[in-house]
Write a protein that binds this ligand. Structure first.
Ligand code: PAF
Length: 281
């Protein structure tokens, strides 16, 4: 059975023995609506740590649109079952007030411009909210290793930048994006898609796969344009499709050794993001 902790005091009481003896603590921060992608994070945490903590908190500070926050899927009963199946030791359900009780250094931390493009440009304040909540959660849990999915590629780069800038004693472990059999990237937001939207959303995987196939042999602008046309022919509304450097997240030219192609689009009301890492042979 996983132990459910709904206050910082309960968390501290439960983790104190582990902190005292320097046990490895694996931490999986989530906003709930858990799916197989989250299971893979819990699985990786379980394999490499003595104890695993999962947090579930839908963070209002990272939503620049309050309707999007209200509609974010909440499935706590199923989430608890899922965490128990994965052998999570502690499920932490923090409160807003305990997470954001005072001024935090995370509000000021330098993100080297990583937060200015893509999701940062389209969702002002989003990454500041992510950094604030992840920093607060790290302060509460004191993890040795924290697990994040590569589907949120920009988020991962930004969390690494925060950890490095603040010299936090935690290792960030990235886990591959999990996809449905037809290629759709797993996401909690997929729960909000209708059956027909779910089918239409596959065009994102097709567009990314197209770029992956052609980016080395043809001018990248031409490849990106054709991939954009695939999306334009669907019912999705494209926000961006960009080829960027995996470290700086700056737009990249053809002759790079590695790149990541990132996409964001609205499928009906639902904003979806996805990416693929591209490596030259
Ligand atoms: O990736 C997420 O689910 C969230 O952005 C995170 C990291 C849990 C912070 O709220």
């Amino acid at each position: 059975m996983s132990v459910i902790l709904s206050s910082k005091a309960q968390l501290e009481q439960s983790l104190n023995p582990y902190w005292k003896r320097g046990a490895t603590i694996g931490f999986v921060p989530t906003m709930g609506a858990l799916h197989a992608g989250h299971c893979s994070l819990m699985h990786a945490a379980k394999a490499a740590n003595e104890v695993v903590v999962l947090s579930i908190f839908v963070n209002p500070r990272q939503f620049n649109d309050s309707a999007d926050f209200d509609k974010y899927p909440r499935t706590l009963t199923e989430d608890i079952k899922c965490a128990e199946t994965e052998g999570v030791d502690f499920i932490y359900l923090p409160s807003y007030d305990e997470l954001f009780s005072g001024q935090s250094v995370a509000s000021e931390v330098q993100l080297n411009g990583l937060d200015l493009s893509m999701e940062g440009a389209s969702r002002p304040g989003h990454f500041r909210g992510v950094v604030e909540v992840v920093y607060a959660l790290f302060e509460h849990v004191n993890p040795s290793n924290a697990y994040f999915g590569q589907k949120d590629f920009q988020q991962l780069a930004i969390i690494r930048a925060m950890v490095s800038s603040l010299k936090l004693p935690v290792s960030i472990v990235s886990c591959p994006t999990l996809r449905e059999i037809d290629g759709l990237a797993m996401s909690s937001r997929n729960l909000r898609l209708s059956q027909s939207e779910r089918q239409e959303a596959l065009v994102l995987y097709k567009a990314l796969s197209f770029v992956k196939k052609h980016w080395k042999n043809r001018p990248s602008m031409e490849v990106l344009d054709q991939a954009k046309q695939l999306i334009a022919a669907s019912t999705l509304r494209l926000d961006y499709l960009l080829l960027v450097d995996p470290d700086s997240l700056l737009p990249i030219a053809n002759n790079a050794q590695s790149a990541v192609v990132c996409v964001a689009a609205y499928c009906g009301e639902v904003r979806l993001i996805d990416n693929m890492l591209l490596l030259a042979d």
